[in-house]
Design a protein around this ligand. Structure first.
Ligand code: APR
Ligand code: PHB
Length: 389
């Protein structure tokens, strides 16, 4: 098979890129290791920046999001029970949209199926070849048969453990990483959310987050040590610990129930540089990871592929490589600002035993500064709702 662009991975990055290219008349195929059902079974974040909402609308997959998504004007922060509402709408004139990554993925998959765009699911042993030549190749095995696709470009949208980044010679890539000594234990429950907006809580027992997927389905998280095992967390133990970390009035209102999903995710900050090797481009989680505290992972992935699609379309329609040549620098510039914000939110809201009482006083001062300064709140709001560039 020959295509213009081979996209590795059918997560939000790969599917959105596929849609953007399809609409611009660029011939692309997506190669995904898992089945569509498996991809849809992953529970991921659920906050979309305005720019993500705009992008999904622009590519014609905004219909259900418009109906079922919940616009939020702000978020609440809680510090040892003291509450502070950050009203994005007043501070920066923007909102965010609550709509799960699973739903975004489903909408993109449905749109792809409707137009007959090609996705090869359950592709085994995916490997990339001749990345620095004129015609790179993707090889894979499907149902026991080996296949080869030759193309002009490969988009590595295969997440943090994918084959794309791993195919770049070590001497051609630099990585930057921070591992946190804790993870998030998340629970999904079919109960109405405890509040109308998200609550990010710092408590001496650790961080907690009250989030939601709809008016009837809630998502809660608590900070736990990396050595903790999900089996050791019964629903009752989880709810008791969550309540202990919230403002007492909020804890009182919490509606608990049987969890329908429970898992622990480690926290990590990671960036690869550059995001290009020959004719391979990295986008989304393949390029960078943020701790989930700022809800940025999905939004970054969508913005990366918006820039990548522009660059590829420019190559085909204007015969210009300007966009391709500046892709890495443009995306990295934005990436590092978003890494900074996600790291900052993480630093403010979690407990870090290693920083001692001094560290906690600094966190308290940061919260008090936010509470008293509209300028500080504007900075949070500007970053949370999404930086322009
Ligand atoms: N070959 C083909 N596909 C692969 C391979 C491989 N070797 N390795 C991984 N994949 C697939 C995965 O199965 C997955 O479906 O690539 C896809 C990557 O999707 P995501 O991990 O969702 O990454 P991305 O599309 O960049 O989305 C960004 O936002 O909220 C965050 O981390 C969250 O997934 C999220 C992300
Ligand atoms: C979620 O709803 O899963 C969620 C929301 C906000 C975050 C992270 C995760 O910052």
């Amino acid at each position: 098979m020959r295509v213009q662009v081979a996209i590795i991975g059918a997560g939000p990055a790969g599917l959105t890129l596929g849609r953007l290219l399809e609409r611009a008349g660029v011939d692309a195929v997506i190669i995904e290791r898992r089945s569509a059902e498996y991809v849809l079974g992953r529970i991921r974040a659920g906050v979309l920046e305005q720019s993500s909402v705009d992008l999904l609308e622009a590519i014609g997959v905004g219909g259900r999001m418009r109906q079922e998504g919940i616009p939020h004007d702000g978020v609440e922060l809680s510090f040892d029970g003291d509450m502070l509402r950050i009203v994005f709408q007043d501070l920066v004139g923007r909102k965010v949209m609550i709509y799960g990554q699973t739903e975004v993925t489903r909408d993109l998959m449905d749109a792809r199926a409707a137009t007959g765009a090609r996705t090869i699911y359950e592709a085994e042993n995916v490997s990339l070849h001749d990345l620095d030549g004129a015609s790179p190749k993707v090889r894979y095995v499907k149902d026991g048969v080996s296949h080869e696709i030759s193309c002009d470009f490969i988009a590595g949208c295969d997440g943090s453990h994918g084959i794309s980044r791993a195919s770049i010679p070590e001497s051609a890539i630099q990585t930057f990483e921070r591992i946190y000594r804790f993870g998030w234990l998340g629970v999904l429950v079919d109960k109405p959310p405890v509040a109308d907006e998200l609550i990010y809580a710092h408590h001496e027992r650790g961080f907690a987050l009250c989030s939601m997927r709809s008016h009837t389905r809630s998502r809660y998280y608590i900070q736990v040590g990396t050595e903790e095992k999900v089996e050791e967390w019964s629903d009752d133990r989880f709810w008791d610990e969550l309540r202990a970390r919230l403002n007492p009035d909020v804890a009182e209102r919490l509606q608990t129930g049987k969890s329908i999903e429970k898992s622990i995710a480690p926290l990590r900050s990671f960036v690869a540089e550059p995001l290009r090797f020959g004719r391979l481009f990295l986008a989304g989680d393949a390029a960078h990871i943020v701790p989930p505290t700022g809800a940025k992972g999905l939004n970054m992935a969508l913005q990366d592929v918006r820039v990548l699609a522009e660059a590829l379309v420019e190559h085909y329609t204007e015969r210009s490589n300007a966009g391709i040549d500046t892709y890495s620098a443009r995306v990295l510039n934005r990436t590092w600002k978003t890494e900074r914000f996600s790291w900052w939110m993480t630093s403010l809201l979690h407990t870090f035993p290693e920083t001692g009482p001094f560290g906690r006083r600094i966190q308290r001062a940061e919260f008090d500064y936010l509470a008293a300064s509209r300028i500080a709140q504007q900075s949070l709001a500007e970053n949370y709702t999404g930086l322009e560039t």
